[in-house]
Design a binder for this molecule. Structure first.
Ligand SMILES: [Zn+2]
Length: 124
């Protein structure tokens, strides 16, 4: 599940347990916002072929660059999981902290315009 207010992610099973315990519409425990099924809600707006191609590329890459993303919205955030799970190194380039900073091999906070050319250059 993902909160549409703050982006906090929780397990579907936790929300379902709260429903079973009597909460008809469990709100985000962090901010009180609306919880949505992240995978279905966001996935339905994307082209399935594109998502499949991205998933395959993430599973097959040596280095995964996450540039200019909070990595809090699925399925984009899930691609980082897939890449790391498949053994890729993770590089995060973002002005603000992301949930993946702790597992990243490199975190870059400088502006994308200066960081990216250096990252992708052959003599970087
Ligand atoms: Zn929230």
């Amino acid at each position: 599940m993902v909160c549409v207010g703050c982006g906090d992610r929780t397990a579907m099973s936790a929300a379902l347990a709260r429903v079973a315990a009597g909460e008809p519409d469990p709100a985000c425990l962090v901010c009180g916002g609306v919880l949505k099924s992240a995978t279905v809600y966001f996935g339905q707006m994307l082209d399935e072929d594109v998502v499949e191609a991205c998933t395959a590329a993430a599973a097959d890459c040596d280095v995964f660059l996450a540039v200019g993303t909070s990595l809090q919205v699925w399925p984009a955030a899930g691609l980082a999981d897939i890449a790391v799970g498949a053994g890729a190194r993770l590089v995060v380039v973002n002005a603000e902290p992301t949930p993946y900073d702790d597992v990243a091999d490199l975190v870059v906070r400088e502006p994308i315009g200066t960081a990216l050319p250096r990252l992708v250059s052959s003599d970087g």
